[in-house]
Design a protein around this ligand. Structure first.
Ligand code: UD1
Length: 420
């Protein structure tokens, strides 16, 4: 196992180019199971998660060639309907092979994704949607075992206790493209990654409208063909670098980002006192000497993303005054609080809220990464802190940030990996 060692408080500046979106790439890779034709995906980030998904596709019978950021996926001798525990349990995103396998083969056996440190993550909405399309589903030995005599379009309300679900919307949309007749998903997730998946499916011959809105209409087709597609840029990576620029008060330009997907963050950072300018897809951040504390609550898109809650908390930890951060999407996603406190932050949890009493300085310390976005928060805190921060279990960050070390070193950071 590796740890990341950061020498903090170095002056950072320059340009950073955002990679392709992990959360778009994973379901789009799964969607290639819906066709026997060849698919070429460009701008795929090379990450632990996309490499895991490539392995899953291979285990399901696809031929996969991942070179640079281009992924070529084609068919060999037909599909294997079983997605194994060993692979699926390492990454929740892999559960979105369920919809395509069922639609293409009429049956599938996919391991339940298992527990996760960011909270309980049920799959009831996935199952409800697939049942509405005519799937019979049993849970046997930790696997979802499902079959159908033919999926049929249906009207499905997909809202849950915590709002819409991204991967459930993806799974149902992918199952419905090959179903007979029309499917309407109400209370669908509106995240840009769902829109990206819908665009990819349409490029394969699907007939989907309304993706990216709460009402998606899918007219089933008999089959899909292969397609070439370029994955959209990663809004969470872009937001992480914008927050890193603010927390370290560094003049950083973020390029290849989609500004319109970051408006809620821009709004909060303007309240904080930052000046943000955008020109030709490049975002410039000018940070005030003294920012104001800002409270945020996470919601499904276009609300404040849960995937940048931890990174925003790192910024607030460094902003004198009191802010309240509430996660309504994953109400237990606060594993980063004790780690930030080890660095001198003053954050406490009250029910589902984090109360942050900001301080002007943080100090390097050994800390533990618990999950992907919590690790990003610790990297931001480490870069802004005085002294050396060691982030243990560095593998978490490699699940979702492409070439993070190189990108930071190019900005002037002192960061290295060491074996534990
Ligand atoms: C996706 C993202 C993840 C992000 C999350 C919320 C991928 C690969 N991952 O995860 O990075 O943090 O969206 O934006 O795209 N829920 C249910 N029943 C279900 C499914 C979900 O109650 O069947 C709940 C979850 O527990 C959570 C909320 O709905 O409280 C939203 O989760 P969901 O949108 O499903 O997250 P994922 O799609 O797993």
């Amino acid at each position: 196992m590796e740890k990341i060692v950061i020498e903090g408080k170095r002056p950072l500046s320059g340009e950073v180019k955002i990679s392709g979106s992990k959360n778009s790439a994973l379901p789009i890779m799964a969607a290639t199971l819906l066709t026997d034709g060849p698919c070429v995906l460009e701008n795929v980030p090379r990450l632990r998660d996309t490499l895991t998904m490539a392995k899953i596709l291979k285990s399901l019978g696809k031929a996969v060639d991942f070179s640079g950021n281009t992924l070529k996926i084609s068919s060999k001798n037909g599909l294997n309907p079983v997605a194994d525990y060993d692979l699926v349990s390492t990454m929740r995103g892999s559960f979105c092979v369920l919809g395509p396998l069922l639609a293409k083969l009429g049956h599938a056996k996919v391991s339940l994704p298992g527990g996760c440190v960011i909270g309980v993550r049920p799959v009831d909405l996935h199952l409800k949607g697939l049942r509405a399309l005519g799937a019979k589903i049993e849970i046997e030995g930790g696997y979802i075992v499902t079959h159908t005599k033919g999926l049929k379009g249906a009207q499905i309300y997909l809202g849950g206790v915590f709002g819409s679900s991204v991967l459930a919307t993806d799974n149902i949309m992918m199952a419905a493209v090959l179903a007979k007749g029309e499917t309407i998903i109400e209370s669908a997730a509106c995240e840009p990654e769902v829109e990206d998946l819908g665009n990819f499916l349409n490029s394969m011959g699907a007939k989907i409208t309304g993706h990216g809105t709460p009402k998606i209409t899918i007219k089933g087709v008999k089959e899909l063909h292969g397609a070439n597609y370029s994955i959209t840029s990663d809004r969470i990576e872009a937001a992480t670098f914008v927050l890193l620029a603010a927390a370290t008060k560094s003049p950083i330009t973020v390029t290849n980002a989609n500004y319109s997907q970051l408006l809620v963050l821009v709004d909060k950072l303007e309240e904080y006192g930052a000046k943000i300018r955008v020109k030709d897809g490049a975002i410039d951040i000018k940070t005030p000497r003294k920012g104001k504390p800002v409270s945020v609550t996470t919601y499904p898109y276009p609300g404040f993303p849960t995937d940048i809650q931890a990174q925003f908390m790192a910024l607030m930890a460094l902003t004198p005054g009191v802010s309240v951060i509430t996660d309504k999407v994953f109400p237990d996603r606060y594993m980063h609080i004790p780690e930030l406190n080890r660095m001198g932050a003053n954050i406490r949890r009250e029910g589902n809220n984090a109360i942050v009493e900001g301080t002007p300085r943080l100090f390097g310390a050994p800390v533990m990464a618990s999950d992907l976005r919590a690790s990003a928060a610790l990297v931001i805190a480490g870069l802004a802190a005085e002294g050396v921060t060691e982030i243990h279990r560095a593998y978490h960050i490699d699940r979702g940030y492409e070439n993070l070390d190189q990108k930071l070193i190019a900005l002037g950071a002192k960061i290295r990996r060491e074996n534990e």
